[in-house]
Design a protein around this ligand. Structure first.
Ligand SMILES: *[C@@H]1O[C@H](CO)[C@@H](O)[C@H](O)[C@H]1NC(C)=O
Ligand SMILES: *[C@@H]1O[C@H](CO)[C@@H](O)[C@H](O)[C@H]1NC(C)=O
Length: 127
């Protein structure tokens, strides 16, 4: 029962120290990742899915097509004066699903500023 006799302020202090180590590590990782492509983390996955939907919608408007996002297969991210997302997605048009790669830019200081840089259909390697 040693734990229960430990003063509360020591426990709180250790939690605070642990938290600041975690955030220092997160900042360090952000710095390490600056200017390089990295696989998206679990935490970035929801954003990447949101941007995949954005990419498909934007592509549909620009090319008058009617794609629907099926899934995000893979994504990499690069932070460099904003954030670039390279997304490998599966989308379906009227007949069959296909894979597409999308490159999306988002200003990190203005989260609703997004820009679709590229959207390409990938060759079906099975054909
Ligand atoms: C996702 O992309 C990364 C970086 O290109 C690659 O290393 C990894 O193998 C890919 N994963 C899948 C499941 O395709
Ligand atoms: C899409 O990519 C996935 C993962 O690389 C692959 O397994 C699948 O066969 C691809 N689909 C098409 C239609 O090319």
């Amino acid at each position: 029962m040693a734990l229960e006799t430990r003063p509360l302020h020591i426990i709180i202090l250790s939690i605070l120290v642990a938290n600041s180590i975690v955030s220092a590590t997160a900042d360090g990782q952000k710095l390490l990742r600056l200017g390089r492509w990295w696989p998206i983390t679990e935490a970035e996955r929801q954003k990447a899915v949101e941007l995949s939907n954005f990419a498909v919608d934007r592509h549909n408007k620009l090319s008058r097509s009617n794609l629907k996002l099926m899934s995000l297969i893979n994504g990499t991210v690069m932070v460099l004066g904003g954030t670039y997302y390279k997304l490998l997605i599966s989308a379906v048009d009227d007949d069959a699903p296909n894979n597409y790669s999308a490159l999306v830019y988002e200003k990190s200081w203005q989260h609703n500023f997004r820009f679709l840089i590229k959207f390409d259909k990938l060759a079906n390697l099975l054909v």
